[in-house]
Design a binder for this molecule. Structure first.
Ligand SMILES: [Mg+2]
Length: 377
């Protein structure tokens, strides 16, 4: 860690020496803070590496967030990215550009937040850099992690027929959760160990956008059931203020830092029966082949189904000339919310890949677009 702090603003203050005292080392750290580079031990052949940048006025507002909150968030966002690969975070470096006039105590508060998060998730801070700036506060963390020899869970592994699941509840994170959130590290690791997720991502951009990241990387489409989206209390509060629907906040707000992942049907059923986490897990849809999707009730049960539910799941959307690529039979919740029904999805290839449909409670569908969500902030 080179000492490039402006001597004019942080005179007599050796931030690096202080961090060196505050940041514990362990057997992963062969050489920690104090040399030109840290030397760390990697247990595994496959090492995960991620970095993230937070800029004042873009990612946080010091009118609403404490410096300790910002430090926590900088560390936690990276841990969340490693968790989304099914990995455990190990060692971190952190760099900051501190605004001129920043006091010693302010710098310490920032670092304390990052160290608190690191301690909570057993991460060691092994180095970094600090400078002063005439601009806003800028904070960057880079993090190493590993999957203990298991293959990392990529965005590109979703397969038609997979169940789509999400941890926790979604929406309204701007009301506070986006700062002091707990990355789903234990959950991501346990999923990787026991349930063989095919694809996974942490929800930072928003459910709709992050689902599309999986769909695009995997070359598949999806149907998402509006009635099954776990809407947070904060999303309902945000909706009262914004005048928009709570569901819109849940699908679009982002910074939930929950895990969004796909499992084959059998593993999904096992996970939902086991409920191995404190945090809830909800199945919210199914993966299909790419292209616009049309849902039709399973033929054998269609007549009985229609007599019960006139709306059924009859497609409303027509248009583009497309060909049927596959039919997938899957079970989904009834619009009424009681029990499930078997539905055959005709997945059609069209000019667009990675198309997702949102199935509304009345059985009609509309496109679930990745873009166009308004931010609550
Ligand atoms: Mg991510």
């Amino acid at each position: 860690m080179r000492d490039t702090v402006s001597k004019a603003t942080l005179r007599e203050f050796d931030l690096i020496r202080w961090i060196r005292q505050e940041a514990p080392a362990d057997d992963r750290v062969l050489v920690g803070i104090g040399d030109d580079a840290a030397v760390v031990r990697n247990r595994d052949a496959a090492t995960l590496l991620t970095t993230d940048l937070l800029v004042e006025g873009v990612h946080f507002d010091l009118g609403k967030a404490s410096l300790a909150d910002v430090g926590w968030k900088a560390m936690a966002r990276n841990i969340s990215d490693i968790a989304a690969m099914g990995g455990r975070s190990s060692v971190a470096v952190m760099s900051a550009a501190l605004p001129r006039g920043f006091s010693e105590e302010q710098a310490r508060e920032l670092v304390r937040g990052a160290l608190a998060c690191a301690a909570e998730f057993d991460v060691r801070l092994v180095g970094g850099d600090v400078s002063s700036t005439q601009g806003p506060l800028v904070l960057s963390v880079a993090l190493l992690g590993d999957t203990a020899g298991r293959p990392p869970v990529l965005r590109s592994g979703a397969r038609p027929g997979d169940a789509i699941l999400v941890t926790g509840t979604l929406g309204g994170s701007i009301l506070g959760k986006h700062l002091r959130f707990r990355p789903r590290q234990a959950e991501g690791i346990l999923l990787g160990e026991r349930y063989s997720p095919h694809a996974m991502i942490d929800i930072s951009d928003g459910f709709a956008r992050d689902l599309h990241h999986i769909l695009e990387e995997s070359g598949v489409g999806a149907r998402v059931w509006a009635s099954q989206i776990p809407i947070s209390d904060e999303a309902r509060r945000a909706a009262r203020e914004s005048g928009r629907a709570p569901l819109d906040h849940a699908l679009g707000d982002g910074e939930d830092y929950e895990l969004l992942f796909t499992l084959d049907e059998a593993d999904a059923a096992r996970l939902l029966a086991d409920r191995p986490f404190d945090v809830p897990v909800t199945r919210v849809g199914s993966v299909a082949t790419s292209g616009p999707l049309v849902a039709t009730p399973e033929p054998r049960r269609a007549s009985a189904h229609r007599s019960r539910d006139r709306q059924g799941a009859v497609p409303r959307r027509t248009g583009r000339s497309v060909t049927v690529a596959a039919r997938i039979t899957t079970s989904e919740p009834r619009p009424s919310g009681s029990g499930s029904r078997s539905v055959t999805v005709a997945a059609r290839t069209g000019p667009l890949a990675a198309t997702a449909a949102l199935v509304l409670p009345d059985g009609t569908e509309k496109p679930l677009e990745p873009e166009g969500w308004e931010h609550t902030a």
